[in-house]
Ligand binder design. Structure first.
Ligand code: F6R
Length: 606
């Protein structure tokens, strides 16, 4: 997490740095700062809170300079405060950092012995002083590489030097860093999204590489201080806009455009004329797959849980699902006949990337399902299946979840067809049903606009909430609970409905909101029995079921109805009311919808 920007220009850079930091705020928003070189001196301005605060500060006390670095922080070491905000500067050097320096305590002790005085509790300040120290004896690139070799952990860095006052330096290990080429100026950014408004010509630093930016050239070096060349890439011209438009926040925009997300994704993969799914150059012959392992974090993991049900129903391939932060450290026997699928909206999640890296090192087949096609995960996997959702800015994932599920579902159908585990007519029917999905989503969105806000009021005084479902509705219950907790800070649990009696039923008390996901599927009667058990104990039930479903509604506080569809498509529709619910509860509680506390969009630390 944390966002970094750097610009070396012929013009003043402060305003462009601020604009880019606003774009990067989804990565961290507890403090912000900027450093420029003014009259040969490092000029640092920083504050706790949002970029908005920094902007106000700069309005009162402007900062000039033709080159500079900026940062938005997601705290790891040290509380969010002015003193812990980046940049961290000495008289000679100013540093912004994304990542974690694992040996910072030890390094700090050594530097203190040498007389360096630390102001902050961050792990970053050691980098400032190490650079300051090495610069006494070495030239620029050598001093940087000596510093980097001293550091354990992960980092992307933006650095200014008083002595080299026309250069912005970038360096990375573990955390991503993009480098952009502009007209009479060059850039550094934590991701290409931050640079997109300024350039579409970029390259990415690889681990151990360093770049030196001036306003008219960029030099790259490897860890042995040798100059290297890098390929320049042209960024895809994103058809989807990253602006809020008339929406109050990005999240409501992103929820409400899910019919478009589905349409765009289906268009990329499904050929309705030939009644077929396009899947060229897949890295492993589906007939040879021994097992599929689906790996992700948070909401992306929930899409993996959903996909397990689809794959198991449509194919005979054994499926494992794993949380990336667990997968990467377990003693797992990786098998060359298995397919390892990594799901990540950002494509930069550190745990997911590390799990992928482990697979790469063991030469097993990998495929990634990502939204950001230029991301590290996409670039490192054998095969990429983009979800085509367009930029997702709200920290809570909504349309990307839908896109992840959709690609996984499409993949399950295609693999099943290749393996002849589904009949031709069933295959074509599933493709036909997919065509109807965007409209079903649109109808559900319209329905939720009118019917969910009133339900949200009921959650205001609640101590917590539960979400229960069976089969394909179980992962959606998990996702509903996650959305509610991250947005409204209300404790919420998602459970398989059948598991309640094994413990969680003890939580049910008079007035506790319990969302029951009971579409008309094979589990329906069983889920309704579980609902009765909740009602009998005083739970306030919100029933989510299908239209025209004649269920007993006695003692059910609210019923929400999603359209009837092919059973496999219900997760896409069931998710929507739960996203709306979390959104409205959070709005009523005046929470920051797009930037929930303590979170960040791109989780690039462990
Ligand atoms: C929740 C949410 C997170 C992410 C998780 C993985 O709304 O957004 O749980 O799903 O941090 O992120 P990606 O998909 O970028 O790997």
């Amino acid at each position: 997490m944390c966002g970094i920007i750097g610009i070396a220009s012929k013009k003043l850079v402060t305003s462009n740095i601020i604009q880019s930091l606003k774009k990067l705020e989804y990565r961290g928003y507890d403090s912000a700062g900027i450093a420029t070189i003014v009259n040969g001196e490092i000029n640092e301005k920083k504050c706790a809170g949002r970029v908005e605060n920094l902007e106000k500060m700069l309005f009162k006390s402007p900062s000039s300079g033709n080159l500079g670095i900026g940062h938005v922080r997601w705290a790891t070491h040290g509380i969010p405060s002015h003193v812990n905000a980046h940049p961290h500067s000495s008289d000679e050097v100013s540093v912004v950092h994304n990542g974690i320096i694992e040996n910072s305590n030890e390094l700090k002790k050594n530097l203190e012995k040498k007389g360096y005085k630390f102001k902050s509790q961050t792990d970053t300040e050691v980098i400032t002083f190490l650079l300051t120290d090495f610069l006494k004896d070495f030239d620029l690139v050598e001093a940087i590489n000596k510093t980097l070799k001293t550091l354990n952990g992960s980092f992307a860095l933006g650095i200014l030097f008083k002595k080299y006052s026309n250069i912005v330096v970038g360096a990375r290990r573990g955390s991503p860093l993009a480098v952009g080429y502009g007209p009479e100026e060059n850039y550094l950014g934590s991701d290409s999204y931050a640079l997109k408004s300024m350039t579409n010509k970029i390259t990415y630093l690889e681990d151990g590489e360093v770049c030196l930016l001036t306003n008219n050239k960029i030099d790259f070096y490897n860890s042995k201080n040798k100059k290297i060349n890098k390929e320049i890439l042209t960024l895809s011209n994103d058809k989807h806009t990253a602006e809020k438009g008339d929406y109050k926040d990005f999240m409501s925009k992103e929820i409400n455009e899910q019919n478009i997300t589905a349409k765009a994704c289906i268009k990329e993969y499904v050929d309705h004329l030939r009644k077929d799914i396009n899947l060229y150059n897949f890295p492993i012959n589906p007939l040879d797959i021994n097992k599929i392992i689906l790996i992700g974090c948070g909401t992306a993991y929930h899409s993996c849980v959903t996909a397990k049900y689809w794959f198991e129903e449509l194919t005979n391939i054994p499926i494992d699902i794993d949380i990336a932060s667990e997968f990467r450290y377990r003693k797992i026997k990786l098998n060359k006949k298995n397919l390892y699928i990594f799901v990540s909206q950002s494509g930069e999640t550190a745990d997911t990337f590390a799990a992928l890296d482990l697979c790469k090192k063991n030469s097993v087949k990998t495929c990634s399902i990502v939204n950001v096609v230029e991301s590290s995960i996409a670039r490192s996997s054998d095969f990429v299946l983009p979800i085509h959702a367009g930029p997702e800015i709200g920290v809570a994932s909504t349309k990307a979840f839908l896109g992840q599920m959709l690609v996984l579902y499409i993949l399950a159908i295609k693999i099943s067809e290749i393996r002849k585990e589904i009949s031709k007519s069933d295959y074509e029917k599933k493709i036909n049903d997919l065509k109807k999905l965007p409209d079903l989503i649109k109808n559900t969105l319209n329905y939720c606009q009118d019917n969910v806000p009133i339900i949200a009021k009921d959650f205001l005084k609640a101590k917590g909430a539960m979400f229960l479902g069976r089969g394909l509705s179980f992962p959606i219950a998990l996702e509903g609970a996650l959305k509610l907790k991250e947005l409204s800070y209300l404790h919420a649990e998602g459970y398989p409905a059948g598991e309640m009696k094994h413990g969680p039923l003890a939580l049910i008390e008079e007035g506790l909101p319990v969302v029951i996901l009971a579409p008309k599927d094979r589990y329906f009667e069983k889920t309704i029995s579980n609902m009765q058990e909740v009602i009998a104990r005083g739970g306030k039930v919100i029933l989510l079921t299908n239209e025209d479903n004649k269920v007993i509604r006695e003692n059910v506080r609210f019923t929400l109805e999603i359209p009837v569809s092919n059973e496999h498509l219900t997760p896409f529709l069931m998710t929507i009311p739960l996203q709306f619910l979390a959104y409205h509860v959070a709005s009523l509680k005046n929470c920051d919808i797009d930037k929930p506390r303590n979170l960040a969009k791109s989780v690039t630390v462990e």
